[in-house]
Design a protein around this ligand. Structure first.
Ligand code: RUB
Length: 308
């Protein structure tokens, strides 16, 4: 199992796989593939392999509760199964992973159909970074016959905004790319801001690509509605118990590869947007207030509060 899992963790760490959703999918696929290579003779050994895989994948990116929820879900199913045969447990991992991925796909479609209705004909929509959930929703709006333009930030330091720009152009949507610091300059021309999420806390705050909170501030000042587009499973249950979401800090070389020695460079990957800046969270249950997130997650996915 180890090679497949280490490989996936490395691809996630190096941003070859990017965005919370894709990270969770890659991690689940790695667990599923990895268990097929298991050397375990007994359930105990199998559980130990799963636990090692969890440690390696959790460490690949710290601010990814969807990945953590997905992995915990699979491990929880194995732990609670009466099955002792490793062959049967491998099959169980495959089934649980498959149904988790299917439900993620259903949520993505539901989010797109809800969010599409918030895109008005003739409007201009600003987004930050690259969120596959956001771009899927915008593609759906286009398929629904809406005519609108997209403005996307380049998203320094690693330019995920270029992925968004290419996807939007491929979908036939008129797209403008701007530098991150030009967000306020363009905000008055924009009708709506939509961003993805990496994590949602119990207080309804949203963690997303660094700069998102500044986009939200600019949107609030310009009275432009700011929406987060996200699956409920990006909720981090640890925040209920008082933990803060850890913000991943990446290598300074992403910011300046040959920086002068003695210079301090900080490179946080994400920041926190407080709930009062968020008009709504567009999720698979509809458009909800950030204040209702804990209660809704508790109702829809009670298991995430139970597993560790
Ligand atoms: C990507 C990012 C995305 C969220 C949501 O950051 O902040 O907005 O992950 O993406 P990075 P999705 O490029 O550092 O992973 O909607 O695809 O889950």
């Amino acid at each position: 199992m180890h090679e497949t899992v280490y490989d996936a963790a490395e691809r996630i760490k190096q941003l070859k796989v990017q965005g919370a959703r894709n990270v969770a999918i890659a991690a689940i696929n790695a667990i599923e593939e990895g268990t097929k290579e298991s050397d375990a003779k007994h359930k105990d050994e199998f559980m130990k392999e799963l636990s090692d895989a969890k440690t390696v994948l959790f460490a690949s990116r710290e601010t990814e509760p969807l990945m953590r929820n997905a992995i915990r879900h699979v491990i929880h199913a194995v732990e609670n199964s009466d099955e002792t045969s490793v062959t049967e447990l491998v099959e169980l991992v495959s089934q649980v992973s498959g149904s988790f991925l299917e439900s993620l796909e259903r949520s993505k479609k539901k989010i797109a159909s809800v969010g599409s209705k918030r895109i008005s004909d003739g409007s201009k929509v600003l987004t930050h970074c690259h969120s596959s959930t956001v771009t899927n929703m915008l593609r759906r709006a286009k398929q629904d016959g809406k005519s609108f333009k997209v403005v996307c930030t380049e998203s320094r330091p690693v330019f995920q905004g270029r992925i968004t720009a290419k996807e939007m152009l491929d979908a036939g949507i008129e797209t403008t790319l701007i530098v991150d610091s030009a967000v306020r300059y363009f905000m008055n021309e924009v009708d709506l801001v939509v961003v993805g999420a990496d994590a949602i806390t119990s207080e309804g705050n949203v963690i997303n690509k660094i700069g998102t909170s500044m986009v939200a501030l600019a949107a609030k000042e310009a009275r432009t509605p700011f929406y987060v587009v996200s699956e409920l499973l990006k909720f981090d249950p640890a925040t209920v118990h008082g933990d803060y979401e850890t913000i991943e800090e990446r290598s300074p070389t992403e910011v300046w590869n040959d920086a002068p020695s003695g210079l301090t460079i900080r490179n946080p990957a994400f920041d926190v947007t407080r709930r009062e800046f968020i008009h709504g969270i567009i999720c698979e249950e509809g458009v909800i207030s950030p204040d209702s997130i804990s209660e809704l997650v508790n109702r829809k996915h009670p298991w995430i509060f139970e597993v560790t």
